[in-house]
Design a protein. Structure first.
Length: 411
């Protein structure tokens, strides 16, 4: 076991490259196999492993990394893992930290996708319908929790409802992106400025500003250029990369917000049926690791080629690529950015709009497909009670929902 003095003296330069990478991968894989409960729980597991047990970071540095990753779009817990891997073992450390944390749930969901494809039409199976009902409870809990933290006052609650209306009236990724942009504009112009704490530690960044600026430029070039390439080249693989890269670039507020963006991208064109989409989303609650690995399921279950393992890998890389570009790109500028009160105002507006986008998704497609009668409502209410009041592990609630759906179908 390392002493504190040894841990503090370690750096990516002081650790042998290969042993540093392998150690980061082993620790991340352990977290990927055991981290249940969503992003907030993941950050708790990370702190226990990286700060308390291994002392790779001190409390102030870890808190600063969490603040950075909550500032950025994308999966916050995965981004923290990428940043820790970067600080510990350089760029390869960032990649292996992501692989270790992501692969267990991605593999499990791809295998589930093969099972769904083997079944065929999933609409007639009670236990799979039960997973759609569980998705209602999961998203309802996420909306309630996010409303309390991200839209706690009248102004932001109103903005959330307005964003929900926009997302429902324009039921596509355009409406969702428009709602988020509106939130940023309202935050900048109407929400009161907050006092920013400048008494913060400096991150030990090994990334230069030129490199960071280059990565941020790549992020925006891909965000703007992939839709043009997909429209002009008519290659389905590019369509997938564009859809999943865009989803990974625009998700603020947690993994559940990726649901409406992905649904709008893969269901209307017929790549994935709505039943298969929601069944997979329910199953994603039962596996450890990041919810964004739902992308691997979608890539594997969809009808058009590429699908299976190739499609799953392609969609998984595409949805996480923005996180790599943003985390590593913003790190050199973070000390300056976090001191700008106008940025905090924009983010407050964006986060309130994100609550509205998820609220719209709760109605359509989650509620409209999952709750089809009084038995479904009762099952969904019970699942919500287990999650919200009894703090039941999500995987157990998923098992309860599947069993309940099978029971209801047998009546």
């Amino acid at each position: 076991m390392q002493t504190r003095t040894e841990a503090e003296s370690d750096s990516p330069q002081a650790v042998t490259a290969m042993s540093g990478w392998s150690e980061v991968f082993r620790v991340a894989l352990k977290l990927g196999l055991t981290s249940f409960g969503g992003p907030v729980a993941h950050l708790g597991y990370f702190r226990d492993e990286y700060v308390v047990r291994r002392r790779w970071l001190d409390e102030a540095t870890y808190a600063d990394l969490v603040a950075l990753c909550q500032f950025l779009p994308g999966p916050a817990s995965s981004q923290v893992g990428i940043a820790v891997g970067l600080l510990r073992a350089g760029y390869v450390g960032a990649v292996v930290a992501w692989l270790g944390f992501t692969l267990p749930s991605a593999i499990a969901l791809v295998l589930f996708a093969y099972g769904v494809n083997a079944i065929g039409d999933v609409g007639g199976f009670g236990w799979l319908h039960g997973l759609k009902v569980v998705a209602v409870a999961v998203v309802a809990q996420a909306v309630l929790g996010m409303m309390r933290s991200l839209a706690p006052d009248r102004e932001r609650a109103t903005l959330a409802v307005a964003a929900a209306a926009i997302a429902l009236v324009v039921p596509s990724s355009l409406g969702q992106v428009g709602a988020i942009v509106l939130g940023g504009v309202v935050g900048l112009t109407l929400l009161p400025k907050t006092t920013v704490n400048t008494d913060v530690a400096h991150l030990p960044v090994a990334v230069g500003r030129v490199t960071g600026a280059g990565l941020l430029a790549c992020f925006f070039i891909l965000l703007a250029g992939l839709p043009w390439l997909a429209a002009n080249l008519q290659v389905h693989s590019l369509d997938l990369v564009d859809a999943f890269y865009r989803a990974g670039s625009l998700v603020f507020g947690g993994g559940h917000v990726v649901l409406p963006l992905l649904q709008a991208s893969v269901v209307p064109p017929g790549w994935v049926t709505n039943d298969a989409f929601l069944a997979g989303y329910g199953a994603a609650q039962a596996v450890p690791g990041p919810l964004f690995t739902f992308a691997a399921y979608l890539g594997a279950v969809m009808g058009p080629q590429p699908n299976g393992w190739v499609g799953g890998a392609l969609c998984l890389v595409a949805i996480f690529l923005p996180s790599f570009l943003l985390v590593i790109g913003v790190l050199p500028f973070w000390d300056t950015l976090r001191r700008r009160d106008w940025i905090q105002s924009v983010l407050r507006g964006v986060n309130a709009a994100v609550v509205g986008v998820l609220l719209a998704a709760l109605y359509n497609p989650v509620w409209s497909a999952g709750i089809t009668g009084p038995y479904d409502f009762a099952l969904g209410a019970a699942a919500f009670l287990l999650l919200f009041m009894w703090q039941t592990p999500p995987w157990l609630v998923v098992a309860f929902g599947a069993a309940g759906g099978a029971l209801v179908a047998s009546w």
